[in-house]
Design a protein around this ligand. Structure first.
Ligand SMILES: [Zn+2]
Length: 363
């Protein structure tokens, strides 16, 4: 699909009116893309409409951007700037007010050197959009990173998260019937050392940090030899570099339960401070998300659990030129998009055990 056709397809995505009814506990919804049913919850409606196949349009658009710009969407390149424009335009068409705050680059990150020749000085941009509805002191923040490494187009890492989040935002709409405001942030310069997310969190006042009830991170959620990981909110899955904040356990439970309800066995994975959740964990904000695995190797047990090849990386093209549109497990991506959509919808209506503002302020 070419650039122009991708844009036309996006125009057709209109925000849907979603029921906020939470009284009818419906069974697992079917996956057809039919109109929402009235007695589904907002979470179920969002998961039924923001599908992996719909999100794939955005993945193709990101691939096309990279292809026209030397095969990359890295920080400091035209491919990154066009990625910002694509995301901002799509959000505006869905009715959102969109900000693209500038972020200074340069030696401030704490991630390992990613190599390459990406810009290490100058500026980049985050993209931020929030629903006009819902409590602004109980914000559900969904975050992904919009940049690739210099070596490739970054379609699994993190085009998958970008496409999922963008589709979910478009389907939710800016005036969704939510209890808690939903904020969508597309971070710049993650691959330069979490630069965009660190600047974002540091730029918030203490009050504004406390207004964030939770952060859901989606980074690499479609690996071709992937698994179904949920970030470890309760400390049960190995050594975390940072202790997750209260409420992270509730996030892990909601996302795990959604996967299990759809017949997918999920496993915990520790926070290791190599994605945009890091600054939120450090700020003691409840944090979680799903992850398909990237450079790690799939074990025999994981291959038995999920299929795929034991002894091979989850994503053999991680940070390489071949992380392109062919580097996506479509069924896995579909289930991960479903889980993220469900999670955002669920927390937008009910904090599900994440501490409310009054208890966060008392920490
Ligand atoms: Zn990533």
């Amino acid at each position: 699909m070419g650039w122009a056709r991708a844009v036309v397809a996006v125009v057709l995505i209109a925000p849907l009116t979603l029921s906020a009814c939470t009284t009818g506990r419906a069974p697992t919804p079917p996956r057809e893309e039919s109109a929402p049913v009235g007695d589904r919850t907002l979470a179920e409606n969002l998961a039924a409409t923001a599908t992996g196949s719909a999100a794939f349009v955005h993945l193709q658009a990101l691939q096309d951007i990279a292809a026209r710009n030397g095969g990359t969407r890295a920080t400091g390149t035209p491919g990154y700037d066009q990625s910002v424009d694509y995301v901002a335009d799509t959000l505006r068409r869905a009715g959102f007010d969109v900000q693209t705050p500038t972020v200074a680059l340069g030696g401030d990150g704490d991630d390992e050197d990613q190599g390459g020749d990406a810009a290490t000085s100058g500026t980049t941009r985050n993209v931020v959009a929030q629903t006009r509805s819902g409590r602004t002191d109980e914000v559900v923040l969904s975050g992904v990173h919009l940049d690739s490494v210099p070596e490739g187009p970054g379609i699994d890492d993190d085009g998958s998260g970008v496409a999922a989040q963008l589709e979910i935002a478009a389907r939710l709409g800016a005036d969704a019937p939510v209890t808690n405001a939903v904020r969508f942030v597309f971070f710049g310069a993650e691959e330069e050392g979490l630069v965009g997310s660190q600047a974002y969190v540091r730029g918030l006042s203490e009050d504004a940090q406390r207004d964030i009830a939770l952060m859901l991170n989606s980074d690499v959620i479609a690996a071709p030899n992937g698994g179904y990981f949920v970030y470890d909110g309760d400390g049960s899955d190995g050594a975390n570099t940072d202790a997750a904040a209260p409420g992270s356990t509730a996030i892990e439970r909601v996302l795990t339960d959604r996967l299990v309800s759809r017949g997918v066995p999920a496993r915990g994975t520790p926070f290791v401070d190599d994605s945009d959740y890091g600054p939120f964990v450090a700020a003691r904000i409840a944090t979680g998300g799903v992850f398909s695995g990237d450079a790690g190797t799939k074990t025999d047990e994981q291959a038995r659990l999920w299929g795929g090849r034991a002894g091979a990386p989850f994503d053999p093209c991680y940070h390489r030129a071949c992380d392109d549109i062919g580097n996506i497990d479509r069924p896995l991506f579909d289930r991960m998009v479903d889980t993220v959509a469900y999670g955002i919808g669920a927390f937008a209506v009910d904090l599900n055990g994440v501490p409310p503002r009054s208890e966060r302020a008392a920490q």
